[in-house]
Ligand binder design. Structure first.
Ligand SMILES: [Cu+2]
Length: 193
């Protein structure tokens, strides 16, 4: 009995690890990025963040970024979120997740000195759309954002932080969006080929 439950726990953790390998899965080899394939996206500037839970939290995952012209595709895969809920999601100024509560990542990445806001208006370059978790507390979503770049330029995201928050971003409260505690933090790194 003990052996069996131990084995089940091991299999569950293996399944979670496989699920979190992100872009590597075969299901991502189709035309997933606005008519572009995963392989085509990987040929361009690419960055990745391994997202780890802050103290007392369970959110973890992997986020990949692909630049295509003046757009950056974001592919976020995460688990351990509150189910069926929206979570604020931002690129923060510092690629520093050393603080137990994630505050070491600083404020939102804001290279153009704009107010915090929605994707459709004036906003911090690091403002991203809320993540919406499914009934199991997971997210697997792809979207594009403007105003960012990978590996060059003033809005380069490499070396910045990535934060998942406990609450939805209201897209208006300054300068945070009132999205609450930092559940997880990752450092955005250039993808090594
Ligand atoms: Cu944030």
């Amino acid at each position: 009995m003990l052996l069996n439950s131990h084995r089940a726990a091991m299999l569950a953790s293996v399944a979670a690890a496989v699920w979190l390998t992100g872009c590597a899965g075969p299901r991502h080899h189709g035309q997933d990025y606005g008519g572009m394939s995963h392989r085509q996206m990987m040929a361009g500037p690419t960055a990745v963040a391994a997202v780890q839970p802050t103290a007392g939290n369970t959110v973890q995952g992997r986020v990949m970024f692909h630049q295509q012209g003046d757009q950056v595709w974001v592919h976020a895969r995460m688990q351990g979120l509150k189910p069926n809920a929206e979570h604020g999601f931002h690129i923060h100024e510092k690629g520093d997740c050393s603080a137990a509560d994630g505050t070491s990542a600083g404020g939102h990445f804001n290279p153009t000195g704009q107010p915090h806001g929605p994707q459709t208006g004036a906003r911090h370059a690091g403002d991203l759309p809320n993540l919406r978790s499914d009934g199991s507390g997971r997210v697997d979503v792809r979207f594009t954002v403007s105003g960012l770049s990978i590996g060059s330029g003033p809005a380069d995201i490499v070396g910045r932080g990535l934060i998942v928050h406990a609450d939805p971003d209201d897209y208006k409260t300054q300068p945070t969006g009132n999205s609450g505690a930092r559940l997880a933090c990752g450092v955005i790194e250039a993808y090594r080929r």
